[in-house]
Design a protein around this ligand. Structure first.
Ligand SMILES: Cc1ncc(COP(=O)(O)O)c(C=O)c1O
Length: 374
C-alpha cells in the first residue's frame, strides 16, 4: 500500500498507517520552484501574476490577488470595504476563528450566528435577526465547500447596505447555483494552507468583480502604493505580498484543481456508499452531485469519541471538528448556539485529501463495519 509522502509528515501520526489527509505535490511544482530559484528573483513577480491569471481563468472572476494567507485575505477584504472601530461584522460561530479575528483585529465587534440544524453552515435567517444600524459587513463562510445561501444573503446585504466578504477558504473550486464560491460577494477569500485543495504551505488569495475594489486591494497589498513608478499613496495598507517561490507551487496546484476536486469528491461518494446502513454515523451533507466540492469528508456521530479511538486502534487517523468561535474566551458572550454546539460535539473528519488512495477509504469503511460488530 502507498505510504504517505514526506510532504505530509506533519499530519501523520507515527502510529497511524492511514493519515487523515494526504496532499498532492507533483514534479511540475518541484521543477518550477527550481527554475524560480535559479532566476534569483523570487519576491512577488511574474510567477505570482501567472498564478493569479490561472485562478481568474478557472474561477471565472476578473480580479485576483495572492497574499500571505487566507487570514490576511479576509482582513484585506474587510479593510477594503471600510470595516473599522465601532462597526459590527456578522460571522458564523461555526468557522475557523480566523474569520472572526479578521474583524476583531480591525476593531470591529464580532456578532456571532448559529448554524442551520441540517448543515454546519450559517443560518442566514438567524443572521438577518442580528443586523443593527452598526452592522457594516457580513461574512458567509462556505464551510467544507457547502455554499451558503448567497441569493438570500445578497438580498439582505443590499436591503441594509452591507458589504459581503466571503470566506471561501474551504471552498475553492466549489460551485453553487450562482457560480463559484468566493466570486459571489463584494470579494471572496481563499486559503492555500496544507489541508486545502490548493496548497503552497501558507498562502491565500482575494478575488473580486469590482475594479475599484481591486485597485484599492492591490495598493493595500503594498502599503497603499498605487504603483511603484509614481509611488503615489492611494490608501492605507501593509506588506501583504505573496512570493514567486510559493506561486511556483501554487500555479500547478491551481491547474490541477479540477482534478483534485474530482478526487476528493470520489472519496466522499465512496464513504457515502460504504457507510450506508451503519446507524451510528452519517456524513455531513455536501452537494457533491451538483458542483459542491467536499474538501474534507466530514462525519457526524453521537459516538464520535469512541469511534475515533477505535479507528486510531486500527491505524486510522481522524480529526475532530475545529471548535466554534464562541468557545474562545475573547468571543464568549454567554450566548448559546445549539446547532453549532451539536456539530462541534459530534463532528470529525475521516481520512481524505487529493492524494489519498481510494484503498485507504475502503480500509476505513471496513474498520467502521468492524466497529459496528464490536
Ligand atoms: C474557514 C476558514 N477561514 C479562514 C482560514 C484561514 O486561512 P489561512 O490558514 O490560510 O490563514 C481557514 C483556514 O483553515 C479556514 O478554514
Amino acid at each position: 500500500m502507498k505510504k504517505p509522502e514526506a510532504a505530509n509528515a506533519s499530519f501523520v501520526s507515527t502510529a497511524s498507517e492511514v493519515p487523515f489527509w494526504m496532499t498532492d505535490i507533483g514534479e511540475n511544482e518541484i521543477a518550477t520552484v527550481t527554475e524560480t530559484m535559479a532566476a534569483k528573483s523570487f519576491s512577488m513577480g511574474a510567477v505570482t501574476a501567472k498564478m493569479e491569471a490561472e485562478i481568474a481563468k478557472q474561477l471565472d472572476v476578473p480580479h485576483v490577488l495572492c497574499t500571505t494567507s487566507g487570514s490576511m485575505a479576509l482582513m484585506m477584504g474587510l479593510m477594503a470595504v471600510g470595516v473599522g472601530p465601532g462597526d459590527e461584522v456578522i460571522v458564523p460561530t461555526r468557522t475557523f476563528i480566523a474569520t472572526a479575528h479578521a474583524a476583531s483585529l480591525l476593531g470591529a465587534r464580532v456578532v456571532l450566528v448559529d448554524s442551520r440544524s441540517d448543515s454546519p453552515n450559517m443560518d442566514v435567517a438567524e443572521a438577518a435577526k442580528k443586523i443593527t444600524p452598526r452592522t457594516k459587513a457580513i461574512m458567509p463562510v462556505h464551510l467544507n465547500g457547502r455554499v451558503c445561501d448567497m441569493a438570500t444573503l445578497r438580498a439582505l446585504a443590499e436591503k441594509h447596505g452591507l458589504a459581503v466578504v466571503e470566506d471561501a477558504c474551504q471552498g475553492m473550486f466549489s460551485r453553487g447555483p450562482d457560480g463559484f464560491q468566493g466570486t459571489l460577494g463584494d470579494c471572496g477569500c481563499f486559503s492555500f494552507g496544507m489541508v486545502k485543495l490548493v496548497s503552497t504551505g501558507q498562502g491565500g488569495a482575494i478575488v473580486t468583480r469590482d475594479k475599484d475594489l481591486y485597485e484599492k486591494l492591490a495598493a493595500m497589498r503594498n502599503h497603499g502604493v498605487a504603483d511603484v513608478v509614481s509611488h503615489t499613496y492611494l490608501t492605507t495598507g501593509h506588506n501583504f505580498k505573496f512570493n514567486d517561490l510559493l506561486a511556483s507551487i501554487g500555479l500547478w496546484q491551481v491547474r490541477r484543481g479540477p482534478e483534485k476536486a474530482s478526487h476528493v469528491n470520489a472519496i466522499y461518494k465512496k464513504y457515502r456508499k460504504g457507510i450506508e446502513g451503519l446507524p451510528f454515523i452519517e456524513l455531513a451533507p455536501v452537494d457533491v452531485d451538483n458542483g459542491e466540492v467536499a474538501l474534507w469528508t466530514e462525519a457526524i456521530s453521537e459516538e464520535r469519541d469512541a469511534l475515533m479511538a477505535f479507528l486510531a486502534g486500527e491505524g486510522i487517523q481522524t480529526r475532530k471538528f475545529i471548535p466554534c468561535v464562541h468557545t474562545a474566551p475573547h468571543f464568549d458572550s454567554g450566548e448559546r448556539f445549539p446547532n453549532s454546539e451539536h456539530f462541534n460535539r459530534t463532528g470529525f473528519n475521516l481520512p481524505c485529501g487529493p492524494d489519498l488512495p481510494l484503498e485507504y477509504v475502503d480500509r476505513t469503511i471496513e474498520a467502521l463495519k468492524k466497529y459496528a460488530k464490536a
